[in-house]
Design a protein around this ligand. Sequence first.
Ligand code: PLP
Length: 283
Amino acid sequence: MGRTVYVNGAYVDEADAKVSIFDRAFLFGDGVYEVTSVIDHELVDADAHVERLDRSLRELGMAWPCTPDELVAMHSELIARNDIDEGVVYMQVTRGEAERDFHFPADTPTSLVAFTQKRGLLDNPKAETGVKVVSMPDIRWQRRDIKSTALLAQVLGKQAAVENDAYEGWMIEDGHVTEGTSSSAYIVKDGTVITRPLSNAILPGVTRRTIVQLMAETDVTLDERLFTIEEAYAADEAFLTSASTFVLPIVDIDGRLIGGGKPGPVARRLRDIYIQEARRSST
Ligand code: PLP
């Protein structure tokens, strides 16, 4: 018996989980997804993930496969059945199964699948050492605000990072950093956190949203503006955020040491504050 996963209304063993080769996510990347972290057997920021999913579905003209409450209940059921104390729940909605043709199929129900990944999130050794990042051109499409399953540019970016012994790739467009291949990007200069404002150019990170809210309750100031990779090289600190890594300090960008190669105080503090809040508010 492997994990119990969810496929269109049924909880099944992962070995028995099947989707059609005609599923439009398989043929076109015509789907959207969410990754929600789990701490102490509870979902973190579930409402914000539901809200972003709703937006992604609306932007692509896709119907909800169930109600938002049913979606959250399904997540909780997977957490319970797989005894996930810490980890993530991955879910995706696709435009369903239809004869291959580019335009939207008529009267085709959307498809919903989900699975859990058990992994340690709180005691992450990378939070102590910091991580290395390499920059690369942003070759993605222009609707990066939609959390689409079409992730080939990010697959190539992450592979290039791994081949350069780095943890993450920071993508650059018109001379400015957009974001990481699977994370939001920040630098810190003179006590101010700088991150790109929300637009079609980046994914509205759920962790970013929470961090921005939490920062407002501290003496750390926030400047939402574009920044160049050269500014990042000269920053006091850099860090990234994502649902599964929370806040991770960056200590090396393109071979230049940031903050003397050690995690900085702002990133450390924001990680602590974020984890405290996540534990307090997990549903
Ligand atoms: N940016 C991109 C491109 C991502 O893929 C992700 C997460 O997968 C993020 C940012 C961070 O978003 P979140 O904090 O919602 O995980």
